[in-house]
Design a protein around this ligand. Sequence first.
Ligand code: PRP
Length: 235
Amino acid sequence: MNDVTRPLDPLGDGLPVPADAPLRAAVTKGRLLQCSIAMFEAAGADCSALRKPGRRLILPVSLPGGPGFEVVLAKAPDVITYVERGACDLGIVGKDTILERGQSFYEVLDLGFGACRFMLAVREGEDFFGRMHHRTVASKYPLVTRQFFERRGMDVDIIHIEGSVELAPILGLADGIVDLVETGGTLRENGLHPIETVAEISARLIANVAAVKTKRGPVTRFIDLCREAVLCSPS
Ligand code: PRP
């Protein structure tokens, strides 16, 4: 289990959130949503609406003995936008998106689930660091990639690819890729192998800067609920 005691760390200004509005948490659709539902239920929440959303995008979650909250279903970069701008008080999003998209919010908790890695990967037999000519790297995460090579003092051309990044070295577009690796299966089945870890990734709970002040009670309760559920879950 990852460290879940990260303190609040102010990094920017969010817009004011009305104190009487219901607590809203934006959650990244897909695997992180399923893990989030399991976390909420471990904390005693009723997620029946969230388990059968149909086409609805805002779903109520009730908690025993207290006010519940609303879950907003969104794509990962939009979770950050909604939280940064105060449309949502809290958000659950991968560290990969946080690293690429900036941080005008509080990152309050490492939720542990959604664990994977950003890795630099190349074709089998490729001597990436040993080669003499200029290197080209493809990634869906150009900022993360640029910062990684800047830290190493390497001048690398970066090509922004939207998905299936593994294609780039296979088709001769790039010498390597920086991409998320979970099981390693996609790399293996496409003749690529990882040569260096760029960053460890997992889901994070984020909070709007203003909501932490104006909705301190409900926001703190939500954070505590998630922290306790994460601490109780098997690692
Ligand atoms: C992600 C990632 C890799 C793959 C890694 O792709 O970009 O391609 O999963 O998983 P693995 O190590 O378990 O094989 P995703 O399925 O999200 O699609 P994308 O390539 O279009 O981004």
